[in-house]
Each structure stands twice: as C-alpha cells, then as structure tokens.
Ligand binder design. Structure first.
Ligand SMILES: Cc1cc2nc3c(=O)[nH]c(=O)nc-3n(C[C@H](O)[C@H](O)[C@H](O)COP(=O)(O)OP(=O)(O)OC[C@H]3O[C@@H](n4cnc5c(N)ncnc54)[C@H](O)[C@@H]3O)c2cc1C
Length: 449
C-alpha cells in the first residue's frame, strides 16, 4: 500500500487538527505524520496567546493532547523551519508538507507617534504575559494611565490583564516573572479606544462581560456613545451577540462607580489621530466620530486628548514569511486556494499546503482552524498524483538528519515530562501549574537532562 509521509510545520491547533483529520479520513493509503514545532512545547497560541485567566479555553489543550497521544504522530519540538530543517530537506524525506505556522507579530498601525517609547504591540505583551520563551522577561509596567487601541477580543485581553490585580491571577499558570511585573504596576486607568460604536465592536459578549467582574475595577462607559443611529438599532434588534453586548454595556451605565482603585474606560466613536510625546508617550489625541449612515463612521472635527504614559495597539496579528515558500506581504499569509499553496502566477505549488491563520489570516477562534484543516486535508488526499517522490522516506532518516545537525529536539514524551514538571512547580502553592519560560529549562525538563 502507498504511504503518505507528511510533514506538518507548526504544532498549533491548525496543525494538530490537520493531523487528526487526515488520520481519521477515508483514504486508500497509509499515513505517517511528523509535526515540526519551533518551540519546545506544542499548542501554539492556545498556550502562548489565550489569556492565562481563561482556563476553559486553555483546556482545549487537553483535546489537542489526546490527538498527539494517539500514537500516530511524531512531534519534533524545538525545530525551526528555515534554520533546522529546510524545504529541500522536506522534499527529500516527505511526500508533502502542510504549513500551519500561524501569526505572532503585531499588524502595523499608521498613527504619528506610534514609534515613541512606551508604545507597544499587543502581540508582544501577550507573548510576555503568556511566557513565550523568545520574548524579554521584563516588561515596563510603569504607567498609571494606559491606552489600548482596538475593539476586538485581543484588546479586551490586554486591557483586562493590565487592569486586573496581579493577586487575582495567582490561581492561573502565569510565570513568576509575570506575576512580579504585574504586581508592581502603578496603573489606575486603562482607556480602550474604538473608531466605531458599541453595536459595531468585534468583542465576544462573554469576554466583555468578564471585564465587569474584575475586583476593584470600575467599568466606565460614556452616555454620549449610546445615542444609536438606525443601523445600530437594527444590529441590536437582529443580532444576538450585539444585543447582549448592548445589554452588558447598558448595565454598566447604570452602575455606581467611584470606589474602585482602578478604572477601565471604553471610548467608542474615538479615532486615534496622534500619539504625542517628546521622548516617550505622553498623550493620545483622537477625533470624535459619528455614524456615516452607510455602516461606517466619519470624523466630527472634535479633537480630544487624554494623558497616557503607555499605549498598546491591538489592531490584529500578522504572519511571517517562510524560507522558499510564497508569501503575500500585504495580507501576511501564504497565498493559497483552499489550502493548496499558489506561486506568483497563481499556479499550484505541488506538495505544499497551508492551514490555520497562515492560510486564512489572523481571524477566528480555535474551532475555526478545524474546518480550515478539513478543507486543506481534502486536497492533500486528492492530490496524490502530484505528491513529491522523496529520496529518503524512512522515519529514521529525519531523526538522523536533525541529530547530525546538533538540533536539540524534543518529542512527545518530552512534552509529557515538561507538562509534569510545570505541574510539580505549581503543586506546593496549590496552583495547577507554573509555566516555564526559559527555552533551555524547557528543553532540559523535556529531555530530563
Ligand atoms: C491574544 C489571543 C487570544 C486568543 N484567545 C482565544 C480564545 O480565548 N478562544 C479562541 O477560540 N481563540 C482565541 N484566539 C485565537 C486562536 O489562538 C487562533 O485561532 C489559533 O491559535 C490559530 O491557530 P494556528 O494553528 O493557525 O496558529 P498558532 O496557534 O499560532 O500556531 C502556529 C504554530 O506554528 C509554530 N511555528 C511558527 N513558525 C514556525 C517555524 N518557522 N518552524 C516551526 N514552527 C513554527 C508556532 O510556534 C506555533 O506553535 C486567540 C488569539 C490571540 C492572538
């Protein structure tokens, strides 16, 4: 029987679901899957993006882990595609590759002053508080007044992590350096800015509601933002999510405020114009907007300014190019047709596929990567006639190659070891786990070395 030797690069949910779907799919060939991941631990943004105080979502790791534990997938952690293994290597050892490398960078925001010291990308902050090994251990939390630009769930995560008292994060898996950093934060006011109105936000209702449950944090919303136009009223009447969002916001309007030591302000119809400051961020200037009657907003000419000492832009993520693989610089994705990678002339690049955020762009929840993977895997199966013909398809050849290059890779047993190690770190203080941040320590714990 023919055997498909498949490499998957990126062990986030997209890559793991693709492996699972392929293994369970009806097909006329055997399959052997190797999953390459640049980090010593799998799970991508579920481990390094989802906020630590969202244990239910972090729990998706358990389902992904079951897939890895099925015994039919080999994991090669701590292996960076483009450095430790290349496209030529993959062609030599596999019939095809699926790239599921996601996105970890911040999208740009073109506002004057955005380059000032004290202005940060949300993705970098998320990587810090979620203990990503490739980001600095120290985060400058010295501002009392902070702006967050964006009206999606990542903006809410960042605002919540900034406003929440560090002790309320102690039951979570946050690393020790993150707890210390947040504990010493002098923050009193977090201002979230969105260009449009409450009926146009991209928050999910659950994430929004959670803000109102933060201890010792007042939610501040402004009456002027609730003078809805017809389009907003129609959205509230017809869309359940928007209806709930409006309800939550209106409950906050009616709440007593003034006793909490921290405030989280939601500014709608606020278009950032400029970040001012001499050496570092000193204020944000924004223009008040209003609905333009066509579903968008227009400027009113009214300029406002709020003093801040730090700013986070949460305006989306962006993918990174991979050596030898086509890349769409505008969208930050691998150009593809239903997961089949395309070259500059829109022709299919045989043997190369994409799935997840690097295929579709950085939008959508973990669950969406499943349907994505189904589409991609269907093509991998149907394209059998165009698979690569590898010169050295044996499983040992890949292990030998990595070893010969001195790559200190981790495997699935290694992840189990690291998992147990992190849980043991948390046990003395009754915590489920404490995440290990240092790459060396992750590799040592994985390989019991
Ligand atoms: C801050 C934040 C919070 C989120 N919260 C939620 C939430 O609460 N609920 C929810 O459903 N969704 C949430 N999401 C969305 C969810 O994380 C994504 O939908 C999902 O992770 C995308 O999966 P992916 O596998 O495509 O990418 P990723 O999860 O990013 O996985 C990609 C993997 O590829 C690896 N990789 C990259 N380059 C290379 C390379 N060159 N060589 C080897 N490996 C490589 C990366 O290390 C990573 O492990 C959140 C996203 C963010 C950014």
């Amino acid at each position: 029987m023919t055997k498909l030797r498949l490499a998957i690069v990126g062990a986030g949910p997209a890559g793991i679901y693709a492996a699972d779907i392929l293994l369970k799919a009806e097909k006329k060939f055997d399959v052997s899957i190797d999953l390459f991941e640049q980090l010593p631990a799998p799970y991508g943004l579920v481990r390094y993006g989802v906020a630590p105080d969202h244990p239910r979502i972090k729990g998706i790791i358990n389902a992904l882990r079951e897939v890895l534990d099925s015994g039919q997938i080999r994991l090669f952690g701590n292996v960076l595609f483009g450095r430790d293994i290349t496209l030529d290597d993959l062609k030599k050892h596999y019939n095809a590759v699926i790239f599921s490398t996601g996105s970890i960078r911040d999208a740009e925001l073109k506002v004057p002053g955005i380059e000032l010291a004290g202005s940060y990308g949300a993705a970098d902050f998320v990587s810090w508080y979620d203990g990503h090994p490739d980001f600095p251990r120290e985060w400058p939390l010295d501002a009392s007044s902070v702006a967050v630009i964006g009206n999606g769930n990542v903006a809410l995560d960042v605002a919540r992590m900034l406003a929440k008292h560090a002790d309320d994060l102690l039951p979570t898996e946050i690393p020790a350096n993150v707890y210390e950093g947040l504990k010493n934060s002098p923050v009193t006011d977090v201002h979230v800015f969105g260009r449009r109105g409450p009926a146009q936000v991209k928050f999910s209702p659950l994430e929004l509601r959670e803000l109102g449950e933060l201890r010792d944090v007042d939610m501040i919303v402004y009456d002027e933002d609730f003078d809805y136009d017809e389009a907003s009223k129609a959205a509230i009447a017809s869309n359940k999510q928007v209806f709930v969002i409006d309800k939550v916001l209106n409950q906050w309007r009616a709440r007593e405020t003034g006793s909490a030591s921290r405030r989280l302000h939601l500014h709608f119809y606020a278009n950032p114009l400029e970040i001012t400051g001499t050496d570092s961020v000193e204020s944000i200037r924004y223009e008040r907007t209003r609905p333009d009657g066509a579903g968008g907003v227009e400027g009113t000419g009214e300029i406002r300014e709020i003093p801040i000492q730090a700013l986070y832009r949460a305006v989306g993520y962006f993918g990174s190019p991979l050596d030898g693989i086509p890349f769409d610089e505008k969208r930050g994705v691998i150009p593809n047709r239903e997961g089949q990678v395309l070259d500059d002339d829109d022709q299919q690049v045989h043997g190369v596929y994409a799935t997840g955020w690097i295929k579709r762009g950085p939008v959508g929840l973990i669950g969406h990567t499943k349907s994505d993977a189904m589409e991609t895997v269907k093509h991998v199966i149907n394209d059998q006639a165009n698979w690569w013909a590898p010169a050295e398809p044996s499983e040992e050849a890949v292990t030998e190659l990595l070893a010969s290059r001195g790559v200190e890779f981790t495997n699935l047993d290694g992840w189990h070891n690291l998992d147990a190690y992190e849980q043991a770190l948390g046990a003395p203080t009754g915590r489920v786990r404490i995440k290990v941040v240092e790459r060396d320590e992750m590799v040592r714990a994985s390989n019991n070395s």
